[in-house]
Structures are given as structure tokens and as C-alpha cells.
Design a protein around this ligand. Structure first.
Ligand SMILES: NC(=O)c1ccc[n+]([C@@H]2O[C@H](COP(=O)([O-])OP(=O)(O)OC[C@H]3O[C@@H](n4cnc5c(N)ncnc54)[C@H](OP(=O)(O)O)[C@@H]3O)[C@@H](O)[C@H]2O)c1
Length: 339
């Protein structure tokens, strides 16, 4: 059994990682940290994790791999010490996702440890499997970018530069910390757009889709308009993406192309009806529905994920499996909950 630790189990992403690892057959979760719960039994903070019989510690014990679920900045302050100790790390925060430090600093402010940026693969297994398997530090993608990139990656080199990503998220995407926006009486029976003047996940979507365009002759960079919305549900992201394909596509060709692109991706399902967030609840699947509107010639792709699983903890465990040379699906076989 490989010894694994979680840095910051007290947030939603950390707790969800612990839930998945509790049933992982090849790793043992041996240590968890969490600033507000040091010294407390994990079962008293999260009764659903009682099987783990762990006490929340101030620092990680001896582990081979750590999954960090700290907020950005706090993560990049902590991770270099772990990497220096020889611990392989998966970072669920945004700190190592953007390859260009100037782009990072435009959206997040000064980077606490930019020295590691050059070596860190973007941890979307469907695009970067070999680099993830070999890495000592992997940057787990953001939740919205996971849905948007998986929706558009197969056609990234075949579309015109103007792209729109209209996405909806459940409130767990905002984390466990309290704020007025996620107060029950504010979000219940309500729905609103936010980040209208720019959202931090937009450069991540552009970075990955533009990398897929590099080899293409039509390679003007994509210009992505990304508008997130908050909806009154706990989990789930639905991303509806709009673009224009260059000539020569039909719906059957589009579907066959998506199926071929994802033929070796166990967690991406290309579906023939618009997916619903509930169809992914608690699972690591991403459901992708590509559709060519023959009346307008517009491409429409809808993707659904659970933001805490494929959008965070499940994807971190998928990356962990790759880093350990295990089958990518190990410990991630849960089907979605229904209803
Ligand atoms: N929620 C999602 O759907 C999602 C998806 C993808 C990625 N992520 C990323 O995952 C990370 C955690 O997000 P989350 O949603 O789990 O957040 P969260 O539920 O709000 O948890 C954040 C926790 O971090 C701790 N914390 C805050 N500042 C800290 C600091 N300076 N040092 C140490 N601990 C600190 C606090 O724990 P204490 O109360 O114990 O101090 C807080 O409860 C973030 O980087 C986020 O961007 C989240």
C-alpha cells in the first residue's frame, strides 16, 4: 500500500478526496492536516469519514504522495517543502496550472514559488497522461476548465477563434467557507452570472485549447468568452460551449470524431442526448454531447461533471493512479447517484 496524505482535509475538496481514498484498494490514507481541526478525530469533523480512524494533524507524517487541497497561494507556500522532501504532490489549487507566471500573476497576484512552474504538467489525464505519470508535482485542473476543455478538446484545431463557454455550477464550487452569496436565502430559487469582467478559469481554458491548436494550419489563438453562473444545487457543473467549425463537418462525422478522440478515456462518455449534472453526481465521469446545428452551422457542445469529483478530488485520484502506474480507474468505479 502506498502511503498518501491530504493537506487541508477540512475543505470540500480535501474531504471529498478522503472519501474516495477511503475505498481505494492500493493506497492507504495515513495522515491528514487541517488548520481548524488539529488534534480532532476526523470522524468528529466529518462523521461520514469515520471508517478512516485518523486524527487531524498539524503537518503530514511520512508519505510518498500528498494531495494538497489548500486555497491558492497557501498551496504554493507549502508545496515546495514537500517536493524537496521527495514527496510527489498533486495540487488541487490553481497555483501550478498556468505555465506562464505573468498570466498567473494577472489573475492571482504574486506567485509564492514560481520556480517549479516549468516542470508541472496540467493534470488533465485525457490530454497529458505520459507527463502526469512521470511528474513529481501535478497541477489538478479547475472544475469549470475540466468541463470546458473536455467539451472542446476534440475540435480545438477545427474551430474559428471565437468561442463562448456558458457554464453553471452548484454552490459547493465556492468551497466550504461561509459567504453571503451562498447563504441559503440568497441562492435558493435563484440563479445568476458572475465573473462577467473575467474569471480566473478563462486563461486555463485558453492555455489548454490553444496548445491543441499549435500544430494546426488555422492556428489563430482562440478567444474564449467564459461566463459562469451559480445555480441552487449542491454539486455539478454544466458547461454549454458554442463555436463555429471550419467547413466540411456533419453530425455523424462530429460524433465519430469525438468517439475516436476519447476512445481510450475511461471517464469521458460521448453521449447522444444533452447530459444532466445529476447523471454525474458522485462519479468521476464527464458526459460530453457534441451537436452541429445544421440550420445555423454552429457547433454546440454540452458537458456535465460533478465539480467535486471529476472537477477536483476524483481527478486528483485519477492523477495519483497514473503517477503510481496503476490502472487509471482504480478506486474510482462509483456510478452516479440517482435520483
Ligand atoms: N470546491 C470545488 O469544487 C473545487 C474544485 C476544484 C478545485 N478546487 C480548489 O480546491 C482548493 C480548496 O477548495 P475548497 O472548495 O475545498 O475550499 P473550502 O471548502 O473553502 O476550503 C478551504 C479551507 O482552506 C483552509 N484555509 C483557508 N486559508 C488557509 C490558509 N492560508 N492556510 C491553511 N488553510 C487555509 C480553511 O480550512 P480551516 O477552516 O481548517 O482553516 C478552509 O476551510 C482551492 O484551491 C480550490 O480552488 C475546489
Amino acid at each position: 500500500m502506498v502511503r498518501v496524505g491530504i493537506v487541508n482535509v477540512t475543505g470540500y475538496a480535501g474531504a471529498e478526496t478522503a472519501r474516495i481514498l477511503a475505498r481505494h484498494p492500493a493506497v492507504q490514507l495515513v495522515t491528514v492536516t487541517g488548520r481548524s481541526a488539529v488534534g480532532q478525530a476526523l470522524s468528529s469533523v466529518f462523521p461520514h469519514l469515520a471508517d478512516l480512524a485518523l486524527t487531524v494533524a498539524e503537518d503530514l507524517d511520512d508519505v510518498e504522495v500528498a494531495i494538497s487541497a489548500l486555497p491558492h497561494h497557501a498551496s504554493a507556500e507549502r508545496i515546495p517543502q514537500l517536493v524537496e522532501r521527495g514527496v510527489r504532490v498533486i495540487d488541487i489549487s490553481a497555483d501550478y496550472r498556468l505555465h506562464d507566471v505573468a498570466v498567473y500573476e494577472r489573475w492571482y497576484g504574486p506567485h509564492p514559488s514560481p520556480g517549479l512552474l516549468d516542470e508541472v504538467p496540467y493534470g488533465l489525464p485525457e490530454l497529458h497522461r505520459p507527463a502526469i505519470a512521470a511528474a513529481r508535482l501535478v497541477a489538478n485542473p479547475g472544475c469549470y476548465p475540466t468541463a470546458a476543455i473536455l467539451a472542446l478538446a476534440p475540435v480545438a484545431a477545427h474551430i474559428e477563434p471565437q468561442v463562448i463557454v456558458d457554464a453553471k455550477s452548484g454552490v459547493s464550487g465556492a468551497g466550504r467557507s461561509l459567504s453571503l452569496t451562498v447563504h441559503y436565502s440568497e441562492i435558493n430559487e435563484n440563479c445568476h452570472a458572475y465573473g462577467i469582467n473575467g474569471h480566473r478559469h478563462q486563461p486555463e481554458i485558453e492555455q489548454e485549447l490553444n496548445a491543441l491548436r499549435l500544430w494546426s494550419a488555422a492556428a489563430a489563438p482562440l478567444d474564449v468568452t467564459f461566463v459562469p453562473h451559480l445555480v441552487p444545487m449542491t454539486r455539478g457543473i454544466l458547461a454549454t460551449c458554442y463555436a463555429r467549425l471550419v467547413a466540411g463537418w456533419t453530425q455523424p462525422r462530429l460524433l465519430a470524431h469525438y468517439r475516436e478522440f476519447y476512445q481510450h478515456a475511461p471517464f469521458v462518455r460521448v453521449v447522444e442526448a444533452p447530459p444532466q449534472t445529476k447523471q454525474t453526481l458522485g462519479s468521476n465521469y464527464c458526459l460530453v454531447f457534441p451537436r452541429l446545428d445544421e440550420r445555423t452551422g454552429r457547433l454546440l457542445v454540452v458537458a456535465a461533471i460533478d465539480n467535486l469529483v471529476k472537477g477536483a478530488a476524483g481527478q486528483a485520484v485519477q492523477n495519483l493512479n497514473l503517477m503510481l502506474g496503476l490502472p487509471e480507474t482504480t478506486g474510482l468505479d462509483a456510478l452516479a447517484l440517482y435520483p
